[in-house]
Design a protein around this ligand. Sequence first.
Ligand code: ZN
Length: 130
Amino acid sequence: MQLTVKTHAQTEMIDLTAQIQKLLSEHGVQEGICMLYVPHTTAAVTINESADPSVREDILMVLNQMVPWKAAYRHAEGNSPAHVKASLMGASQLVRIENGRLALGTWQGIFFCEFDGPRTRKMDVALIAK
Ligand code: ZN
């Protein structure tokens, strides 16, 4: 399965937890593993706090400080910082499925990370039933 993700900024974290849980509920998987994979070189997926939106703002602030947009990059496309951030955050995540729910911690959410937007993106979702 694939989710379509419309991003709205150059750098952005979008909470997809509810959409992924909806897919899981529609497919009726009770126990197993949910595999998430981002098939892009300038986007990523991460799991972090979803209760306080300022946490994702702080994560993006630190990433932007660590990886400045302007530097002596060699990649001619001009989006090397987006490639670097994508590798720092990673292209995949695994979440256990328990009683038909994503077994996330109380404060955790699943975030699509855009680093070279705005664009229309994809995220692969594979549900592996036990
Ligand atoms: Zn590039």
